[in-house]
Write a protein that binds this ligand. Structure first.
Ligand code: NAP
Length: 283
């Protein structure tokens, strides 16, 4: 029997539908959730992501604004803009599209964002909140979206062995933090891990985020495991994940690429923006 496919596209559509209702509720109270995306330079992949964020925001009624800056924008110009947006009550979420051009200090730029508006969840205050198990912050969108996929597929991580492959600040580390917060027993594997396959075979939930096409083989997977494939790799012009297709014959649940984790990332960005707007009602 093949694995049950976790349909991220359809779950993301459900989330957007739910969000629309929350946005309507906010609008009735005079609050229009606002997301400002700052794009520095003309990287085509970043432009595509930003356009997609703007379009999807509009669909749920979020007021999204893209500020495009030339690639030679200085650090102080960018920080001044962020300071202005921090002060602007109409802006609930601020996102600086990464990567930034090399002359800019990404860490300093992220630190400049008010953590209450840091809908990407990259500010050290939000990273700290996540690892301290505190509510009230924001976790990065891709791992938050994965937690939502698990939740909506009725997969409860508590007590399970979760293995996260990859330790980036965007996916692997916050993923591990969220699974730990959900009471999983968490192992993080990376490029220096010894006995990688043995670790993977212990996983009831396996999240793979390494950016290596079809790297994880079917016989490294525990029969019946939940496999979340974050990878987005282009091979011969086609998108594929970090997990080999044969895993579908072994896993209990699996996310497809495309159509699994990908659609959840933007959906979660919208969720975080709406949460940021809702929190202003509590101030
Ligand atoms: P990244 O910053 O390049 O990090 C990759 C991680 O994988 C690193 O921690 C690296 O270990 C580890 N790694 C690489 N090769 C490995 C190996 N052979 N064995 C074990 N670990 C290995 O990548 P990322 O930003 O986290 O993204 C990972 C993948 O997810 C990419 O394909 C990316 O396109 C995709 N992604 C998808 C979404 C989405 O919305 N679907 C969002 C973000 C990322 P070291 O730390 O030891 O180098």
């Amino acid at each position: 029997m093949g694995a049950q496919i976790i349909d991220g596209k359809s779950i993301a559509a459900d989330i957007r539908r739910d969000l629309k209702g929350r946005v309507d509720g906010l609008r009735e109270q005079g609050i229009i959730p606002g997301l400002t995306v700052i794009l520095v330079g003309d990287d085509p992949a970043s432009q595509t992501y930003v356009r997609s964020k703007q379009r999807t925001s509009g669909e749920v009624g979020i007021n999204s604004n893209v500020i495009e800056l030339p690639k030679d924008t200085s650090q102080s110009e960018l920080i001044t803009l962020i300071n202005d947006l921090n002060q602007d009550d109409k802006v609930h979420g601020i996102l600086v599209q990464l990567p930034l051009p090399g002359h800019l200090d990404t860490d300093a730029v992220i630190r400049a964002i008010n953590p209450a508006k840091d809908v990407d969840g990259f500010h050290p205050t939000n990273v700290g909140n996540l690892w301290a198990g505190l509510d009230g912050g924001f976790a990065p969108c891709t791992p938050s979206g994965i937690m939502e996929l698990l939740h909506r597929s009725e997969i409860e991580p508590s007590g399970l062995n979760a293995v996260v492959m990859g330790r980036s600040n965007i996916v692997g580390k916050p993923m591990a933090g969220l699974l730990l917060k959900a009471n999983a027993t968490v192992t993080i594997c990376h490029s220096r891990t010894q006995g990688l396959e043995d670790h993977l075979r212990q996983a009831d939930i396996l999240v793979v985020a390494i950016g290596r096409a079809r790297f994880v083989k079917a016989d490294w997977i525990k029969p019946g495991a939940v496999v979340i494939d974050v990878g987005m790799n282009r091979v011969d012009g086609k998108l594929c994940g970090d997990v080999d297709e044969g895993a579908r014959d072994v896993a209990g649940y699996i996310t497809p690429v495309p159509g699994g984790v990908g659609p959840m990332t933007i959906a979660q960005l919208l969720v975080n923006t709406v949460i940021a707007a809702e929190r202003t009602l509590l101030l």
